[in-house]
Ligand binder design. Structure first.
Ligand SMILES: [Zn+2]
Length: 360
């Protein structure tokens, strides 16, 4: 769609499906359907669906061939069988109900649909508002509330089916994206950058700065293991000193994001210190990277976020940033300690002296 001046209008897809809210772990589990319902409520009540710049798109399922490169067939069968039986556990906190298998395929399919639409120019960027989340899911292992690694499936689809040469994945969920890291650990066409709470203090206990990739993937796996309490100041510094220079060197064709609103200071499961404005700052920084290198192409996948207010506000700000709308200001505030800032400054220096040196 062009306007009279020939300027392409910017549009943001929100990819959703009702079945994402039917998948339920145990009663009272923090990874709840209310997370999506709240996010949609904030976006709807702000009037964004009434504008031409935001489209609500219904996720479509995918062919298993798109998932098999990332997950063993026998493992996918286990999810299907447990779902067909009406329920079952993989770990104490990661279980299925009768809708989980179908919802997981729709989440992965929604991601493929989102990247296809962005690559084809049908939309500028997209927010895949899905459950179950994906970034902890391993090749043959459900883990950390995740079953199929949605962002990894999409990144592999882009490089194998869409002729995309370089994918930047930025994962700012509070927990390390172990599944995504492992999926691309020996590849140089997918640059994984994780910013998360130090694994010595939080699940899944991985994601340290010396995990830098292997073989030709050496230097293409970056972990900013943030000191507990890290907030807006440290995240801003990490972008300026590490992430933006890395993106300038890598020149991604598209940017994929694992968004986790559990990096907010009020999240009940984690100990990071971002404010809602800090999360919006991250999304603005991502948008600047995509505008500079990738013709604005971004697809963001929802991962965690267990404080419903932070989920709603963060999702609204994310869509506002991506669609070029005015960003609603929320007045939550949190100041990180000087000790925390100093620790993170040292971490950033270590990464500049190691991984950044490999790229520059
Ligand atoms: Zn998380």
């Amino acid at each position: 769609m062009g306007d009279p001046d020939g300027v392409i209008a910017m549009t943001t897809d929100i990819v959703f499906h009702e079945l994402f809210t039917k998948h339920v772990l145990q009663l009272g589990h923090p990874e709840s359907p209310e997370r999506l319902i709240t996010a949609l409520k904030y976006i709807r009540e702000a009037g964004l669906f009434d504008t031409d710049s935001v489209n609500l798109v219904t996720a479509e399922s995918t062919n298993l061939n798109a998932i098999h490169p990332l997950h063993h067939q026998s493992y996918l069968e286990q999810i299907r069988e447990k779902s067909e039986k009406g329920g079952g556990f993989f770990t104490l906190d990661t279980s299925v109900n009768e809708y989980t298998y179908e919802a997981a395929l729709l989440a992965a399919g929604g991601g493929i649909m989102a990247v296809d639409r962005v690559v084809e120019g049908l939309s500028t960027n997209a927010y895949v508002l899905c459950r179950p989340p994906g970034h902890h899911a391993e090749t043959a292992r459900a883990f950390g509330f995740c079953f199929i690694n949605n962002i990894a499936v999409a990144a592999h689809h882009l490089t194998s089916e869409c002729g995309v040469e370089r994918v930047l994945i930025l994962d700012y969920d509070a927990h390390h994206g172990n599944g995504t890291q492992n999926a691309f650990y020996d590849r140089d066409d997918v640059l994984y950058i994780g910013m998360h709470q130090d694994g010595r203090t939080l699940f899944p206990g991985s994601g340290f700065p010396d995990e830098i990739g292997s073989g030709k993937g050496r230097g293409y796996n970056v972990n900013l293991a943030m000191y507990p309490g890290a907030g807006d100041v440290s995240y801003h510094l990490a972008f300026e000193e590490v992430i933006e220079p890395l993106a300038d060197s890598f020149v991604p064709d598209i940017v994929l994001v694992s968004a986790g609103f559990d990096a907010h200071f009020e999240d009940p499961l984690t100990n990071l210190g971002l404010t809602t404005a800090g999360l919006a700052m991250i999304n603005s920084k991502v948008k600047n990277i995509a505008d500079k290198h990738s013709k604005g192409k971004i697809v963001t996948f929802l991962e965690g976020g267990y404080n419903l207010t932070a989920m709603g506000r963060g999702s609204l700000n994310l869509v506002e940033v991506m669609s070029g709308s005015n960003v609603t200001q929320f007045n939550d505030s949190h100041k990180e300690s000087n000790t925390c800032t100093e620790y993170n400054e040292k971490l950033i220096e270590v990464l500049k002296g190691s991984i950044l040196d490999m790229h520059l």
